[in-house]
Design a protein around this ligand. Structure first.
Ligand code: FER
Length: 298
């Protein structure tokens, strides 16, 4: 896990360094992306880090199932993959809420599982009654014909924008058709890391009719300006039941989340702003996910 994690992140950082070294110094492996980090008084932790064993598989509790699912994407025109977690005891007799969980620029439908061990994390919280039983869908947010994280992964940034059509046109309809879901906004959450954090803000804040719970972790520069995303703060305030924004204080992308937090604070849109001591890394994302899933669908 450790090797996979650092290789994957290093891959992203090295690619970034290659495309950006004209203007910026080489990104460090912690993910400063060669950017200057300026911290303010609000940039502090809102919750404790998870316990050491939070995502370790426990043999004494029931386990959910992780499966790789294929669907026909109308907007991309290809057969695409997504990974789906169903909770322990999943049955069609019950209806479940759904969390859609989006990956970063160097990842795909398998990335969250590698970084956070999503199945073990959820199994543990559900067994301890700290999270509601839920379905977690991990789609591929790079909506283009070749959706593998190959070559210059930054060149595929526009495909992360194009994913909006796939998410609403094919991913959510497929999940609602094949699984025992509660298919409404109160039972649908959207969260993601980095590019997936930006997608969460871009798609979630502009589709308040679709999601009541949002989590953006280390949101990337694909994030649209806050005033564009929240033209009606009163509507966001009314509709969002839980809104978590997190970033590490060693993460060079923190100015994006800081800007979102400042706008929301000024506009009086309730949200939780959490800054820990991490960089742009899997420790931060697993910790943020662990917090987010305990707060949603309640
Ligand atoms: C950028 C720096 C980082 C960028 C995207 C990222 C689109 C994404 C990083 C990630 O997803 O981990 O300038 O531009």
């Amino acid at each position: 896990m450790k090797t996979l994690l650092s290789c994957s992140l290093l891959g992203v950082c090295l690619t970034f360094a290659t495309i950006s070294n004209a203007q910026e110094p080489t990104a460090d492996p912690k993910g400063a992306f060669g950017r200057k980090i300026v911290l303010g008084p609000d940039d502090k932790a809102a919750f404790d880090p998870p316990p050491a064993d939070f995502n370790m598989r426990r043999d004494d509790i029931p386990h959910g199932r992780l499966e790789m699912v294929e669907y026909d994407s109308k907007s991309v025109g290809t057969r695409r993959k997504m990974q789906v977690y169903t909770p322990p005891g999943y049955t069609r007799e019950t209806k479940y809420p759904v969390l859609y969980l989006l990956h970063g620029i160097g990842g795909d439908e398998t990335e969250w599982q590698r970084f956070a061990k999503v199945d073990a994390l959820l199994d543990n919280l559900i067994a301890d009654k700290k999270a509601m039983p839920m379905i977690v869908v991990m789609p591929n947010g790079r909506a283009q014909k070749n959706d593998r994280a190959e070559g210059d992964v930054f060149a595929a940034a526009p495909a992360f924008g194009a994913f909006e059509a796939d998410l609403f046109g094919s991913v959510i309809p497929t999940i609602d058709e094949r699984y025992a879901t509660l298919p409404d906004r109160d039972h649908r959450a959207l969260a993601g890391l980095s590019m997936g954090g930006g997608q969460t803000l871009n798609f979630g804040l502009t589709h308040l009719d679709q999601f009541a719970w949002l989590g953006a972790f280390s949101a990337a520069p694909n994030t649209k300006p806050p005033a564009t995303l929240v033209p009606d703060p009163a509507a966001a305030k009314k509709h969002l039941k839980y809104f978590l924004i997190t970033c590490g204080n060693q993460d060079g992308l923190i100015n994006i989340s800081q800007g979102m937090h400042a706008f929301l604070k000024e506009s009086k849109v309730p949200h939780v702003w959490h800054v820990d001591g991490q960089g742009h890394d899997g420790v931060h994302w697993a910790s943020s996910l662990n917090e987010f899933v305990q707060r949603i669908f309640r």
